[in-house]
Design a protein around this ligand. Sequence first.
Ligand code: ADP
Ligand code: ADP
Length: 232
Amino acid sequence: MIELSNVSKIYDSGQSAVHALRSVDLKVAKGTIHGVIGLSGAGKSTLIRCVNLLERPSSGSVIVDGQEMTRLDTQALNRARHRIGMIFQHFNLLTTRTVYANVALPLELMGIKRQAIKARVLPLLDMVGLGDKAKQYPSQLSGGQKQRVAIARALASKPSVLLCDEATSALDPQTTSSILELLRDINQQLGITILLITHEMEVVKSICHRVSLISNGELVEDTEVGDFFTAP
Ligand code: ADP
Ligand code: ADP
């Protein structure tokens, strides 16, 4: 479903260059939850942003759902991104829009008609447990509720892949568990492939099928989660 081959990323500011990814190879199988774990600065965020080309790799190939992302023109890339949802550590909701309008936004940008948007948004809000919050603003919600809105927004365009960038890192342990449960449901019931990055072992332990370890821009291990936590 996702295949990165020989992906490198160099941030070059002119004075200094940071080698954030070094020849990364990563395969994420359809229908799985794949975690990438590593310390701060290891390259996790760069890696996940290379999947939907929020960052453009300096070299290498990125295939999602059979499409080579690095070769798409702007229009084709926008279409491809509808198939790739993303959620973030700090939710990235629009504060001036209601919960409903945040989830509706990607559909509005796709030019979908109002009634069809409504028919998509309301069931999504129910699915994430916020059926009664449509008219609230993000500032009126808890962190966990905000992340649920972000998840509904990410699913609005019916993606086949969901990217999670430290999605539970700003949440307390109990809220983290409930969001991870929701992600597990989304994977099982909707068959959506999930790639997540985290610095927390517990996240990997509780929902991932496979895990890759990233260190200093290199993927140094890629195993079944069961094997990862078994001492050699
Ligand atoms: P992680 O998500 O694991 O904390 P990042 O991918 O954010 O790691 O960062 C990897 C390396 O790339 C770090 O050394 C970081 O400072 C550097 N880096 C990240 N983004 C940029 C950027 N926009 N410009 C320059 N360096 C960056
Ligand atoms: P109309 O009734 O004029 O067709 P819509 O149903 O499209 O209008 O909604 C108009 C605006 O109201 C939308 O842009 C959306 O932000 C908001 N909205 C629509 N349905 C709901 C709802 N169930 N709960 C909260 N806000 C809604």
